[in-house]
Design a protein around this ligand. Structure first.
Ligand code: TXA
Ligand code: MG
Length: 366
């Protein structure tokens, strides 16, 4: 199959997207940008097209897909009920990097749920994604557009790398704004759980509940230790994820000296020849001034830096992107500086820990 790359010029959205929208209506699969990561989409109510997503990604069949809709109002039709809590959270966070999982309505029958009684819906804020959904005129089921196990794609190049020749269209949306997948929350009318951290933080969610005088506790399920036979709340949580080919190590330490010590120990141990760094600008400046004359400095083949902002947004934005860039350069080790778990920092550390785990299953603290 020849994959066509769709480029969008200013004010040319409807015209440029009409072909991929038609393809989606006809049961084809299309990769498209969102504000979080690129998605691999199919019409949610076309079972064959949805199965094709699983096949193309190499995704296990027990891992459900999120349905993307054009506006908050459209979410309601997929769920068994709609209440004050659902209204409050989605009013504030949709459109945006937020997915709500609730019991599904009876009429909802699709392999997107992987046999569960719940369904996850989100309203992307990315202009291309929204226009595509509106033109298609049906909800779009879409997991991240990576092949299973690889880091989620956040640039056109990442999508092309994984999907060229496998999908009809890839829509170019440039760099994704957030670079990590949406925050996932589940609500069954009684218990509210945070299943996956994203750019919308626990504090943001609690603030909305407070403002609306909704007295429900948000239970954090994002770092749960799973035993071998335990079923995770979000099936995708059990798989090794986000992992580049290179080994990933987390730079820990409570101050710059400790972090430099850690880096020094690793680069001088002789185990790695081609090393990449993803670190804050502050640490990078100190690293350069202390180490640039050392012989081992030559082992550093790539360095990506991020500004430490209040919500750790730039760190999160650069994480998957750096994994992909460094894999293209065949590095054998990627060292990543830990950040505080505030704002997108929790999502950053969650993805980073998973990427640094060896083996197939994700076990917190192991
Ligand atoms: O930002 C995002 O959410 C991106 C973009 C493309 O929208 N999508 C994304 O999809 O990250 P995916 O499939 O890579 O991750 C979805 C996660 C998986 O861990 C899956 O198990 C979980 O959501 N999930 C989906 N539906 C669920 C459900 N009904 N119950 C529990 N977990 C669910
Ligand atoms: Mg994914």
């Amino acid at each position: 199959m020849r994959t066509k790359i769709i480029k969008i010029a200013e004010n040319n959205y409807a015209e440029a997207l009409s072909e991929p929208a038609k393809a989606l209506r006809e049961g084809k699969i299309v990769a498209f940008p969102t504000e979080t990561v690129y998605g691999l989409g199919a019409a949610w109510n076309n079972a064959e097209a949805v199965y094709n997503i699983f096949k193309t990604k190499g995704r296990p069949q027990d891992n459900p897909l999120i349905v993307h809709v054009a506006k908050q109002e459209d979410m309601k039709t997929y769920f068994a009920f709609w209440d004050r809590l659902a209204e409050a959270l989605t009013k504030d966070f949709c459109p945006g990097p937020f997915t709500l999982i609730m019991p599904k309505a009876d009429h909802v029958k699709s392999p997107v749920t992987a046999g569960l009684s719940t369904i996850g819906i989100r309203v992307p804020s990315n202009k291309i994604a929204r226009e595509l959904i509106s033109l298609t005129n049906v909800g779009i089921a879409a997991p991240s557009a990576n092949l299973s196990g690889k880091p989620s794609p956040t640039t056109l190049e990442d999508c092309v790398e994984d999907l060229e020749g496998k999908v009809e269209y890839i829509i170019d949306g440039g760099d994704c704004e957030f670079g990590v997948e949406s925050t996932i929350v589940s609500w069954d009318g009684e218990v509210l759980k945070l299943l996956r951290p994203g750019a919308i933080s626990e504090a943001d969610i609690k603030a909305v509940l407070d403002r609306n005088s909704i007295d429900v506790e948000l239970i954090d399920k994002t770092g749960k230790l799973l035993s071998e036979d335990e079923k995770p709340e979000a099936p995708g949580m059990k798989y090794r994820h986000y992992a580049p080919k290179a080994e990933v190590n987390i730079i820990t330490g409570s101050n710059v000296e400790e972090k430099l010590d850690y880096i020094n120990k690793i680069i001088t141990n002789g185990n790695f020849d081609r090393i990449g760094l993803l670190i804050s600008e502050t640490l990078a400046a100190c690293f350069r001034s202390e180490f640039s004359n050392n012989e081992e400095y030559n082992l550093i083949k790539n360095m990506v830096t991020f500004r430490k902002d209040e919500r750790n947004q730039e760190a999160a934005h650069n994480l998957f992107k750096s994994f992909r860039i460094m894999d293209r350069e065949n590095l054998d080790l990627i060292l990543v500086e830990a950040v505080d778990e505030i704002g997108s920092g929790k999502a950053f550390m969650n993805r980073l820990r998973k990427a640094s785990v060896k083996g197939d299953l994700w076990h917190e603290n192991k």
